[in-house]
Design a protein around this ligand. Structure first.
Ligand code: NAP
Length: 259
């Protein structure tokens, strides 16, 4: 299926590895010109080279921390008219809410709620003026089913979800959709870190945690980031103009509810 977005431009955040990279790769394969962002220059440059080697869309990179206003200024220092925005950054650390102070909460809210909102603010009006835009926020299955020990993520992402649900209704008539992808357990470095933290809490090895999680999972495997990239590219496609304000759960059927 032709996604109908060749030649469009995309800003993909948190994109040197993991889920963000998978979204960038899927977009480049469709001929989208992408600007990828991450904090660490070396891996980011390598990621950009891998994407450019696909020989499809043009690839640029900006080394920046998207959760800071300086980082966002660096991204937008070169004026670019983005048609597609994928918001993403690292998730907050796990822990017990009794150990978190207000600063910990402010950091989580900044990273996983206020940063995506700022990125949307910087791009959405231009998209509406041009009559086409796709905004995809990578959030978490925790929005639907809070994850034990990930309270900072559960709380901050719920705030983003509520805001976006309202905004999406005011942009779609001008061709701009806003949707969220809710990953369950995808095989990335971040997930390996979560397994290591759980191993410490549970007195197991990370490998034991990983195999017990996989054994309990209905799909008996972790998600492949490329599967999330494919969902992202469809939401960004010209075919998805009537999908708006949705929370798409990608968890292999782990969530036990019907809806
Ligand atoms: P990952 O493998 O650790 O990759 C994160 C990417 O984002 C890296 O490229 C990283 O590069 C970049 N990044 C992190 N913080 C950044 C920042 N402040 N500014 C710019 N770039 C930043 O993580 P992932 O598994 O893909 O997870 C992505 C998001 O999905 C996270 O918020 C995570 O909590 C959420 N999530 C993941 C899963 C899962 O199963 N993997 C499940 C639910 C939710 P630098 O470190 O160099 O900046």
């Amino acid at each position: 299926m032709d996604m109908g977005i060749a030649g469009r431009t995309a800003l993909v955040c948190g994109a040197s590895a993991g889920l963000g990279y998978a979204c960038a790769e899927a977009l480049v394969r469709e001929g989208v010109h992408v600007t990828i962002v991450a904090r660490t220059e070396g891996p980011l440059q390598e990621a950009a080279a891998r994407l450019a080697a696909l020989g499809a869309g043009r690839v640029e990179w900006v080394a920046a921390d998207v959760t800071t206003s300086e980082g966002r200024e660096r991204i937008f220092a070169t004026p670019r008219a983005f048609d597609i925005l994928v918001t993403n950054a690292g998730g907050p650390p796990p822990g017990d809410f009794r150990q978190w102070n207000e600063d910990d909460w402010q950091k989580a809210l900044r990273g996983n709620m206020l940063t995506p909102i700022e990125l949307i603010r910087r791009t959405v009006d231009g998209m509406m003026e041009r009559g086409f835009g796709r905004i995809v926020n990578i959030t978490s299955s925790a929005v639907k089913a809070p994850v034990d020990g990930l309270g900072l993520s559960n709380g901050a992402r719920a705030g983003l979800t509520g805001f976006v649900a309202g905004l999406a209704r005011s942009t779609v008539a001008r061709g701009v959709t806003i949707n969220n992808l809710l990953p369950g357990t995808f095989d990335t470095a971040r997930l390996a870190g979560n397994f290591a933290a759980a191993a410490q809490r549970e007195g197991k090895t990370p490998e034991e945690v990983r195999s017990s999680r996989v054994a309990r999972h209905p799909a008996k495997r972790l998600g492949d980031p490329a599967e999330l990239g494919a969902a992202c590219v469809f939401l960004c496609s010209r075919h998805a103009g009537y999908i708006n304000g949705q929370n798409l759960l990608l968890d292999g059927g782990s969530f036990p509810g019907v809806l």
